[in-house]
Design a protein around this ligand. Sequence first.
Ligand SMILES: Cc1ncc(COP(=O)(O)O)c(C=O)c1O
Length: 410
Amino acid sequence: MPPAFKQWITHLQTARTERLLKYAANSEVISFAGGLPAEELFPAAEIEAAFQYVIREHAAEALQYTWSEGCEPLRERIVDWLHEHGLSAKPAQILVTHGAQQALDLLAKLYIHPGDAMVIESPTYVPAIQAFELQGPRFVSVTRTSTGLDMGQLEARLRFDSARLMYVIPCAHNPTGGTLDVAQRSDLLEVAQRFNLMLIEDAAYADIRYGAFHPPLAAIDSNLKHVVLVGSFSKVLSPGLRIGWIFAAEEVIRQLALIKQASDLQTGTLNQLVLARYLEEHSLRSHVKRCLSVYRSRRNAALSALAAKFPAASYWSVPAGGFSIWVGLPPSVSSEELLKAAVARGVAFEPGLPFFPEHKSQNYLRLSFSNLDEASIREGLTRLGGVVKESLSPTPQCPSNPRASAGTSR
Ligand SMILES: Cc1ncc(COP(=O)(O)O)c(C=O)c1O
């Protein structure tokens, strides 16, 4: 008999990715699902020029294997990014990964032993839950809202559960779009030091911010005893390049490089060198500035449309960063059910349930505005607002059946 699947694999969410691809392929549906950057903002000509340069001048190196830790020119450019964000770093503290997603997977493999308690924000980024879940931890969830993390709850949980690891998205949190302010960041680090906690800080959206810059947790914990920082070029440049990174103490990077070797040997040399060339030739900061003005307008268009088209019983976050708005509906509404009605009207979104590690609340949904123009955002939210209003209006009752009225809730 072939070996059985590991039990927790069967618990993983697959619907999300399927849904994302399905709606992306269906041009009839205005899709707020998936945190996709806007295609029209990709610097395609500059990337093409970088590819041509690398193949013309460095073909032998670019088409060959490289180090598991990553190519030196790219690690140096990542160090530059870290310096710009107030961190002092050297290339030996960097591991280049296949996107931030692989970084989370490698960190899960390094730090999680089956059955270990691990703190996780609730709600949080769904594929992070998946990456951690594969290593079999016991999740200890702490409430995160667009205004911050429930620090009282975190301390209470840490007193009770001996967790040594926590996953946190301080900046432009996915899905709420909230950002921890400086005081919350120092409080979090103080708690990490007191309870001997390692923080996996996810900065995938750190540069997609509509408000003030706050230094990463890794800048406060300058000797990197309690923080490993994960970053990505997906949201600011292109997810198709599949390049992310980990910044951590050298000893941690050495361990992670061994795990990466076992997993995929290395991230593609060609893509690494092309990205390094692009970053040498162009200012990523200027590119991000151009993108931000588009994303900010789209966020504002979505917020205005929500205010105009959604019923009073709904509420939503005003994202300080990122690509999405987190919408709450009355507890009687199931966003999975709502999605079926919405798709029939030509609009899609991400139901909120999978974002909760404990799968507790079904009445939330995530709307990503980044890859839609403003007219589509307005049209999509007009359609969706109508569907939400209908879901809240009382079900027509049959006078001959008195039990129908008792079961009706708004
Ligand atoms: C919070 C967060 N972390 C990590 C990732 C993974 O990004 P990448 O494309 O770099 O793998 C995403 C992608 O949506 C994300 O939202």
